[in-house]
Design a binder for this molecule. Structure first.
Ligand code: NAP
Length: 249
C-alpha cells in the first residue's frame, strides 16, 4: 500500500496479550513498524515488544485507554509525529463482563460497549483522516462469532460485537472511494486469557459446538488479518470473515 521504499505503519489496539500480541508479531517486520496500545499490563506489553524484536521487527507499546478520546488522540499524535502515516489499523482491544441480562449492571454494559465498540469508532475515526490523505489504508475490526449468533450471558459483549459488524459495513461504504478497505474478522473460541477464565464444563460445552473439533489459536486469526492487510486483499471490503472452526456457517 505504500511505495515500496517506504516503511509501513501499523496500529494494533490491545497488543499486549492474546490475539493482539500475535497480530503484532505477524505484521511487524523489516517493512513495517507496529504501534500498539494496552490498558494497564506493562509487563505483558514489554513481552510483546520483545517477541516482535526477536522476530526481527519493531513494536512500540503505549499504555492508553481505548475508551478515552483524549488518550487515543494522544496515542495517534505520537504515532503520526514519529512516522507520519498509518497504513493498517487493527481494532482488536476487547473485554468481557459476562452476566445474565436480568442481573447485568448498566456499568457492565457501558464498560463493554465503551471498550469494544466506542474504542473501535474512536480509532477508526482518527486513523481514517490520515488514510484519506494517503488515499490508501486498511481497517480490520476483530468482532466475534457471538456478534452473529448471540450467546447466553453475553448480551453486552454480543451487542458490542454485532455493532462492530454494522460499523464495519457502514465505514467500508464511506471509505471505499478513498481506496481504504474495512473488514471484520469474527473469531470463535480462541485460546487466550479471555477464554482461559471459562470453567472446564463450559469449555467442554463449547467444544461440542465446533465442527472442526478443536479450539482456535491466536495464529488462526492472525493468518486472516495478515491476508486482509496485504495487497492480495485489495478488492475485499465490507466483509466478515469467520475464523471459528465452523461454529457459524
Ligand atoms: P485478551 O487476551 O483478554 O487481551 C485483551 C487485550 O485488550 C489486552 O491487550 C488488553 O490490555 C487490551 N485491552 C482491554 N481493555 C483495554 C482498554 N480499555 N484500553 C486498551 N486496551 C485494552 O483478549 P483476546 O482473547 O486476545 O481477544 C482479542 C480480541 O478478540 C477482543 O476484541 C475479543 O473480543 C476478540 N475475540 C476473542 C475471542 C477469544 O476466544 N479469545 C473470540 C472472539 C473474539 P491489557 O493487557 O493491558 O489488559
Amino acid at each position: 500500500m505504500t511505495a515500496s521504499s517506504e516503511k509501513q505503519t501499523i496500529v494494533v489496539t490491545g497488543g499486549s496479550r492474546g490475539i493482539g500480541r500475535a497480530i503484532c508479531i505477524a505484521l511487524a517486520g523489516p517493512e513495517a513498524t507496529v504501534y500498539f496500545n494496552y490498558a494497564s499490563n506493562c509487563q505483558a506489553a514489554a513481552e510483546t515488544e520483545e517477541s516482535v524484536r526477536a522476530a526481527g521487527g519493531v513494536a512500540v507499546g503505549i499504555c492508553a485507554d481505548i475508551a478515552s478520546e483524549t488518550a487515543m488522540t494522544d496515542f495517534f499524535q505520537r504515532v503520526l509525529s514519529e512516522t507520519g502515516r498509518i497504513d493498517v489499523l487493527v481494532n482488536n482491544a476487547g473485554m468481557t463482563r459476562d452476566g445474565l441480562l436480568v442481573r447485568m449492571k448498566a456499568l457492565d454494559w457501558d464498560a463493554v460497549m465503551n471498550v469494544n465498540l466506542k474504542g473501535a469508532f474512536l480509532c477508526a475515526k482518527i486513523a481514517a483522516k490520515t488514510m484519506i490523505k494517503q488515499h490508501s489504508g486498511r481497517i480490520i475490526n476483530i468482532s466475534s462469532v457471538v456478534g452473529v449468533t448471540g450467546n447466553s450471558g453475553q448480551a453486552n459483549y454480543s451487542a458490542s460485537k454485532a455493532g462492530m459488524i454494522g460499523f464495519t459495513k457502514a465505514v467500508a461504504k464511506e471509505l471505499a472511494s478513498r481506496n481504504i478497505t474495512v473488514n471484520a474478522v469474527a473469531p470463535g473460541y480462541i485460546e487466550t486469557d479471555m477464554t482461559e477464565a471459562l470453567s472446564e464444563k463450559n469449555k467442554d460445552v463449547m467444544l461440542q459446538q465446533i465442527p472442526l473439533g478443536r479450539f482456535g489459536s491466536p495464529q488462526d486469526v492472525t493468518s486472516v488479518v495478515v491476508f486482509l492487510a496485504s495487497e492480495a486483499a485489495s478488492y475485499i471490503t465490507g466483509q466478515v470473515i469467520h475464523v471459528s472452526g465452523g461454529m457459524y456457517m
